[in-house]
Each structure stands twice: as structure tokens, then as C-alpha cells.
Design a protein around this ligand. Structure first.
Ligand code: NAI
Length: 427
């Protein structure tokens, strides 16, 4: 058994932390109609009675509402963070007061504590896992394979986690079913596009007190997240430059009117750099050498490996905290390159970061919640491996949201349904 203590045993002023965490959760809850609708169902039906859910996610106010929803639906839940810097300790403390929840998440932990906390979560012997980045699934497969037989399945929140799971599945190494929540329209088209775009840009602006207007903003990676960042930076009067490695994505960015060029060229003209590739070594020493004085370097990809901070540190003659959440690296020619949030996902790891807007996380976590319900109801029907979320579940979440927003929409007539399903109607 892990000796790692829950957050309530780690904070000094636990009462004050709990109150503040609860206040943040209540605010988010007011703006989460999907989770609130599911709450009515889950409190009534108790679908998760007898389930133990192990979670590794960004522990902040929106996630906390998902966690409480699952606990109020009868589950015993243990949770920790999925990034050392994204936890809000007060929210973690508020969660830990729930009789069905133990929270081990704490901001600013080192590598060893980070993995000790994951071990502590695994101690509940989960029947279901909910991950953001796949660290929980990896720890169970590597160190606790004896638990796999009793695990019904899991759900994965983000692109990088789904990539890792698919790689594991390709190697026949994934031994229980996991839903790729990230890949659903209700998650990807809103959370990745709008959420990452809005929250990353807002966090950079608030952290630095600088404007985008008239600046060259370099977006590395034109996937779902990059598309949103580029659009919203452009809406704030930035000149957007996109770097890509995939020709169709590069062409799409070009046709949207952005400048597309290799990072080696973008490095010379960029004022703000934001990496969202999910890949490693996107901005490296050869790029740092060419950058202008005063540039801002930020990452919104899942891991802190997109900007090569080891190389930057080696090149710097001086390094100091220029502002809260901004580390300046001074080169021998006097140029200062400013790194935000230690190169970790800026919209969650910056000191002032709040993560995505509440509304988009309501959608993502609505999909998570119905996936957990699906695992309990029909988990036996899924083989080990990565699974797409059944479309009717994603539609269910969209319908709840549209109803909450008072938005009505059309339905197919019988004739239209027949026509759409037929190959016999031609010219
Ligand atoms: P995606 O797969 O849709 O897009 C990534 C893009 O980066 C692809 O077009 C790929 O060709 C490109 N790329 C790969 N290597 C590159 C390189 N060296 N240079 C330039 N472009 C490169 O993935 P998505 O959904 O946009 O996610 C990107 C990352 O953001 C992932 O790590 C994901 O987990 C993370 N994420 C972060 C969020 C946040 O809150 N900060 C929210 C959602 C996702």
C-alpha cells in the first residue's frame, strides 16, 4: 500500500482551502448544464454503485464537478493530477471532503511524488480508469497487471493520451477497453479548437500583460488545437504564422490565409511562439539562436517536451524569473527569450491559469460521464483496445446541451432518411 497522503493531510489551512475550492466548483457548476442534467439521472439511478474509479486529470473546478458527479452516482473515486503544475490545491481539498472521494492531487509536486500519488490512486483497485494523458493506464499495465482482470474499462481525455493508447494497442499491449473520448465531435470540435485557443491566448496575455495586436504569432501544429489558436490569435489582430509537418494541414493553413513556413524561418520573425503539436523538439537550439530579443515561448501540447528547455538553459548566460510564470533566458548577445509556465501546457500550468472555459469542459466531461455509464452497463461488450465512443452517446450529450441553450433544430423526415440510406436514387 502506498503511504502517500491525501491533500487534506498536506495543507496547512485546510478549512480555508476547502471553502475557496468549493466556491470555485459552485461557480463552474452553474455553467455546466450537461453535467447537471446527468446528475439528476445518476443521483436517482446510482449507476456506479460498487464501482471504484481511479482518475488522473487536471484537478481544477470543472474536473471536480465531473468527479463529484461520478461519486454522487455511487462510485468510490480516487483522483490525482495528470500534470505537476495544473492542480488547484483548494479544489483538490474541497473534493477530498466528499465521503466517496479521496484526492491526492497537489500543485508543484516533483516527479517522485507525482508517481507516488498515481500509486495511491491505484491502491483503490479501480474497476474503471479515467485518464488525461494515459499515465494511469501505463502505471497499471507496467506495475499492477494483476488488477487488469477486474477493470471493466477506461476513458481517455486528450489527443496525446489517445495516441499513446493506440501505439500500445498496436503492440497488443493494451489489456482492457478504453474509450477515445478525445476523438468525439462533442470534445474535439469544441474543447481542442475553442477551448485551447481561447484559454491559451488569454493565459499568455494575462501572464505577460502584453497584446497580440500587430505581433507575429507562430503556431506550431495546425491540428484541432492549432486551428483554434490561429483563428483566435488572428481575431486579436495578430499576424499568424503556422508551422506544420503534414502537407494537407499546411495547405489548409495556407488556404485560411496564414503564412506557412518552416520553424527555422518563423524563428527569425516570431514575437510569440505557441506549440500545440503533441510532438517533441519542435523548438530547439537552432531556433533559439535566430530569435529576436523579448520573444515569448509557450506550449499548449500535453507534455513539456515541445520546447527544448535543456538546450535553452545550456545556451543561456543568465536565467531569472521575469514575472510570475515567466522565466527569462538571457543569451550572451543580450537577447532575452521568455518561457511561460516552464514549457508545460500554458493554459493549465501558468500560475494564473484557469484552463478551458467552463462551457466546453461541460461538453468534454459530459462525454466522459456517459462513457463511464456505458462501461458499467455494457463494458463486457468491448474487447481490450481503443474504442470510438458510440455515436449515440455523443449525440445524447449534444442534445442535452442544445435543450439547455433553448436551441431547436430540424429532424430528418422519413423520406429523407430513406433517401440518405439509398443507393438507387440517381439523376
Ligand atoms: P492533432 O493531432 O489534431 O494536431 C497536431 C498537429 O501537429 C498535426 O497536424 C501534426 O501534423 C502537427 N505536428 C506534429 N509534429 C510537428 C512538428 N514537429 N512541427 C509542426 N507541426 C507538427 O492534435 P491536437 O488535438 O491539436 O492536440 C495537440 C496537443 O495538444 C496534444 O498533445 C493534445 O493532447 C494537447 N491538448 C492540449 C489541450 C490543452 O488544454 N492545452 C487541450 C486539448 C489537447
Amino acid at each position: 500500500m502506498s503511504q502517500y497522503p491525501p491533500i487534506s493531510e498536506q495543507l496547512d489551512d485546510i478549512e480555508a482551502a476547502r471553502d475557496e475550492g468549493r466556491r470555485k466548483m459552485d461557480w463552474a457548476r452553474q455553467h455546466m448544464p450537461i453535467l447537471n442534467a446527468l446528475r439528476e439521472e445518476f443521483e436517482r439511478d446510482q449507476p456506479f454503485a460498487d464501482q471504484r474509479i481511479g482518475m488522473a486529470m487536471h484537478v481544477e473546478a470543472k474536473t471536480a464537478n465531473l468527479v463529484e458527479l461520478l461519486a454522487d452516482g455511487g462510485a468510490e473515486v480516487a483522483i490525482t493530477g495528470c500534470n505537476p503544475l495544473s492542480t488547484h490545491d483548494d479544489v483538490s481539498a474541497a473534493l477530498d471532503t466528499h465521503e466517496n472521494i479521496t484526492s491526492y492531487a497537489k500543485r508543484g509536486v516533483g516527479d517522485e511524488e507525482y508517481y507516488d500519488a498515481i500509486e495511491a490512486v491505484i491502491d483503490i483497485e479501480p474497476t474503471i480508469t479515467v485518464d488525461d494523458g494515459m499515465d494511469m493506464v501505463a502505471a497499471i499495465h507496467e506495475d499492477h497487471p494483476e488488477l487488469i482482470d477486474s477493470i471493466v474499462g477506461g476513458a481517455e481525455e486528450t489527443t496525446t493520451g489517445v495516441h499513446r493508447l493506440r501505439a500500445m494497442d498496436d503492440d497488443d499491449a493494451l489489456d482492457y477497453p478504453v474509450f477515445a473520448v478525445n476523438d468525439t465531435p462533442m470534445k474535439r470540435l469544441f474543447d481542442n479548437v475553442h477551448g485551447t485557443g481561447e484559454s491559451s491566448l488569454a493565459t499568455i496575455a494575462m501572464t505577460t500583460n502584453l497584446s497580440y495586436a500587430g505581433k507575429n504569432v507562430v503556431v506550431a501544429g495546425y491540428g484541432d488545437c492549432g486551428r483554434g489558436v490561429a483563428k483566435k490569435a488572428s481575431g486579436q489582430n495578430a499576424d499568424v504564422i503556422v508551422t506544420e509537418v503534414e502537407p494537407r494541414r499546411a495547405l489548409e493553413a495556407h488556404m485560411e490565409g496564414y503564412d506557412v513556413m518552416p520553424m527555422s524561418e518563423a524563428a527569425e520573425v516570431g514575437d510569440v511562439f505557441l506549440t500545440v503539436t503533441g510532438n517533441r523538439d519542435v523548438i530547439t537550439a537552432e531556433h533559439f539562436e535566430r530569435m529576436k530579443d523579448g520573444v515569448l515561448l509557450a506550449n499548449a501540447g500535453h507534455f513539456d517536451i515541445e520546447v527544448d528547455l535543456d538546450a535553452l538553459s545550456d545556451m543561456a548566460v543568465d536565467q531569472y524569473e521575469a514575472r510570475d510564470g515567466v522565466e527569462a533566458y538571457e543569451m550572451d548577445d543580450g537577447r532575452r527569450l521568455n518561457v511561460l509556465a516552464e514549457g508545460r501546457l500554458v493554459n493549465l500550468a501558468s500560475p494564473i491559469a484557469l484552463g478551458h472555459p467552463v462551457e466546453v469542459m461541460d461538453q468534454s466531461f459530459g462525454v466522459q460521464a456517459v462513457c463511464v455509464r456505458e462501461l458499467v452497463e455494457n463494458g463486457g461488450a468491448y474487447d481490450a483496445g481503443v474504442h470510438e465512443v458510440p455515436d449515440e452517446l455523443d449525440r445524447e450529450v449534444a442534445e442535452i446541451k442544445l435543450a439547455a441553450e433553448g436551441v431547436d433544430y430540424d429532424s430528418l423526415t422519413d423520406a429523407q432518411t430513406e433517401y440518405m440510406g439509398s443507393w438507387q436514387h440517381g439523376t
